[in-house]
Write a new protein. Structure first.
Ligand SMILES: Nc1ncnc2c1ncn2[C@@H]1O[C@H](COP(=O)(O)OP(=O)(O)OP(=O)(O)O)[C@@H](O)[C@H]1O
Length: 677
């Protein structure tokens, strides 16, 4: 690039994804240094697209861009849209951009004074949403010029400005250019562009002419730029042969932006400031969605659980049918095997320790399974005839134990997996109670009790499937309502975030941030901080309700907090994905609701059905609606104090991580190939 030029664009081609026509077609443009360049053209000819390519908000498909600046920080871009945050006051808006650009307070004050005089800005305390169209535009211009950029790019800054102010504004632009700033400006008022040093006339994605206004008017022998433009349009229509196509691969001019990494924290800090201001302005909604929803969720869940029917456990003991001949003897004496019956000990201990799940003894399995299939029982435990003997031989014979004995020394458990909460708890109780019984015995023999760390049991979760299953209406009260409420609580931050991001995209504020050098990762980091706080309030409110109102211990506080944050990260990436995919608030909200509310809600509907109909439904539902696992793990943590290593919880975390990786990949591909938000 020669020393006289500020921007050189060669053989530029650009089309939007999904469309077949070129918006920019073999366009060439040279913008001289320290001058005002007026870009004129009819509506839809590609001016905004061209400017967005120059500032790095969009990538060209082919062509080259050379710039006087080597960093986005030295560019000031005013998009055509409002590009301000509605809830902010004018002072807060300037504060945000000052911290984004790291402007010192003296420089900030001096610049504000200057801009105040030129643009006649409204008072500082006014909120942006209350400003008139013209006032918004003036604030937007001031934001663009705040950091004294070397290259200023303004997309229709004067529309809506009164003629007097527009006149002063042009004078100010001339002062800026003589002070060493290069300005590119688009306008619909063609005659206004006579004040520019050079004018580029654009039509249908190509630049028809590029000269000073005087030269253009003189060379066509007309009186106005408007007439020049008409002549050029006519000539373009007559032209038979277009310029030969020359497609050179595009190289991002900002690839080596010197500020990309050094500005991570200042940018993230500014985004956090903006997000907290947003929370402050929408505090009632924030509290309602965080505290309100989670409190409602806990109430709902506790109330639903009250209506859950009694869960009974059936026991078939082939060794001692009713344990009637058995005299409970908790003081084992090692070697006196006649007094030991682990199965009867187990039933006894269960009755004492888990009264919520009454044990009913049956003579044979067919009888027990009949009750199980009519959903009278939630679990059936089958002790083999030589259960106690088998266990004792396990202890004494160790690795030499025979297969038969191994089979005989394990309790068979058939679970009704429709009710995952009950089955989880039953499994846990069997482990604990059996563990204590066996360890007591081992201790009395002077053996290491750790041998009984994993009590022998075979779990069958599919025994209740198939014919003869009876539905229980309460499956829907306990599961569907709970999953809906928990789902909505999870979704609230996702929806909030998606709408806030989408609003920024629609108003152009997002583009302005990206053009000022903010990276997607910094925006995401800023949102993550707010999310982490939001979730802390959420979980604290949930545990308070559980503890103070229902007198129930809330499960594992920190683990549930970590999981909800993982879910939140997934939500952030999901929200970002939605924003890329959609172009309006309505579309974003719609997609959010369709994709996420439905998936969480359906998980609740699936639970009661998945086990009762046929086993494959469970696998299909888990594949199609992996949220079902996430929700189950959250409930297990909150209600049952499950640890991370519990399979359910572990899977929940894995699903969140997989979700996040999935969305990150899609976002990456979309940003890479769609090349814009
Ligand atoms: N995100 C997008 N996806 C698909 N097409 C788009 C997108 N943005 C713009 N276009 C299309 O590209 C063409 C050029 O649009 P552009 O906004 O660059 O025109 P413009 O000259 O700035 O118009 P105006 O003066 O009215 O602002 C138009 O046909 C427009 O519909």
């Amino acid at each position: 690039m020669d020393t006289q030029s500020a921007v050189v664009l060669r053989n530029a081609y650009k089309k939007y994804g999904g469309t077949s026509t070129w918006v920019l077609k073999n366009l060439n443009m040279t913008i001289p240094r320290n001058q005002i360049y007026g870009l004129l053209g009819s509506s839809g000819c590609g001016k905004t697209t061209l400017l967005k390519c120059l500032v790095g908000a969009l990538d060209l498909d082919y062509g080259s861009i050379e710039l006087i600046v080597n960093s986005k920080k030295k560019i000031g871009f005013m998009p055509q849209e409002t590009a301000l945050f509605d809830e902010f006051t004018i002072a807060e808006t300037f504060q945000f951009y000052a911290s984004l650009y790291r402007i010192s307070s003296e420089e900030f004050r001096a610049k504000m004074k200057e801009l105040q005089e030129v643009l006649d800005l409204p008072p500082d305390h006014r909120t942006c949403s209350t400003l008139s169209g013209g006032q918004v535009r003036r604030v937007s211009i001031a934001v663009t010029l705040l950091h004294t950029p070397s290259l200023v790019i303004l997309d229709e800054p004067t529309s809506g400005l009164d003629p007097m102010l527009a006149h002063y504004f042009w004078q100010y632009l001339q002062r800026m250019s003589s002070n060493g700033q290069t300005i590119i400006i688009t306008t619909h008022y063609i005659e206004e562009a006579r004040q520019a040093n050079v004018v580029g006339l654009m039509r249908k994605g190509v630049l028809l002419a590029e000269k000073s206004p005087e030269e253009l008017i003189a060379s066509y022998g007309v009186d106005s730029l408007e007439e020049v433009f008409l002549r050029l349009c006519h000539q373009q229509n007559q032209a038979i042969e277009a310029e030969p196509e020359k497609k050179i691969p595009f190289k991002n001019p900002y690839k080596d932006d010197v500020n990309t990494y050094t500005m991570f924290w200042p940018h993230t800090k500014a985004i956090i400031y903006k997000n907290f201001k947003w929370v402050q302005r929408n505090f009632t909604m924030f509290i309602l969605l965080s505290v309100g929803l989670s409190v409602a969720c806990m109430f709902e869940s506790n109330e639903c659980l009250k209506y859950a029917p009694q869960m009974r456990v059936g026991v078939v003991n082939h060794g001692a049918a009713n344990c009637s001949n058995y005299a409970a003897d908790p003081d084992y004496s090692c070697g006196d095997n006649q007094t030991v019956d682990f199965s009867c000990n187990f039933v006894e201990a269960w009755r004492a320790q888990v009264p919520d799940f009454p044990v009913i003894l049956y003579d044979d399995m067919s009888q027990a399974m009949r009750f199980a299939k009519s959903r009278y029982l939630v679990s059936v435990l089958e002790f083999p005839a030589n259960f106690t003997l088998g266990i004792l031989q396990r202890f004494t014979e160790g690795s030499h134990v025979e297969q038969d004995l191994l089979d005989n020394s394990a309790v068979d458990i058939r679970q009704d997996s429709t009710d995952f909460m009950a089955t989880y708890q039953i499994e846990q109780n069997i482990r604990d109670i059996m563990g204590v019984i066996l360890k007591d015995y081992l201790r009395s023999c002077g053996y290491n009790p750790k041998v009984a760390d994993i009590p022998p049991m075979n779990i069958n979760k599919e025994a209740f499937f198939g014919e003869g299953i009876v539905y229980r209406p309460h499956d829907y009260t306990t599961h569907v309502a709970m999953s809906c409420m928990v789902g909505i609580t999870f979704l609230a931050p996702t929806i909030l975030l998606t709408l806030s991001l989408c609003l920024e995209k629609v108003t152009g504020a997002y583009t302005r941030c990206i053009v000022s050098g903010v990276r997607v990762i910094e925006i995401l980091a800023g949102y993550t901080i707010v999310l982490v706080l939001y979730n802390l309030i959420n979980i604290a409110a949930m545990s308070l309700v559980q503890f103070v109102i229902y007198g129930q211990p809330y499960g594992n506080f920190w683990l549930s907090y970590v999981l909800i944050n993982f879910i939140g990260f997934t939500g952030i990436f999901f929200g970002f994905f939605v924003v890329i995919l959609t172009r309006s608030l309505i579309e974003s909200a719609g997609l959010c609701i369709i994709m996420s509310v439905s998936s969480y809600t359906f998980t609740g509907f699936i639970w009661p059905i998945e086990a009762a109909v046929f086993p494959q439904v469970r696998y299909i539902s888990t594949a199609v609606l992996p949220n079902t696992l996430v929700l189950k793990s959250f409930m297990a943590i909150v209600w049952k104090d499950a640890s991370f290593w519990n399979k359910q919880v572990y899977l929940g975390f894995m699903i969140c991580i997989l979700h996040t990786i999935f969305y990150i990949s899609i976002i990456y591909l979309m940003l890479r190939y769609k090349k814009a938000l």
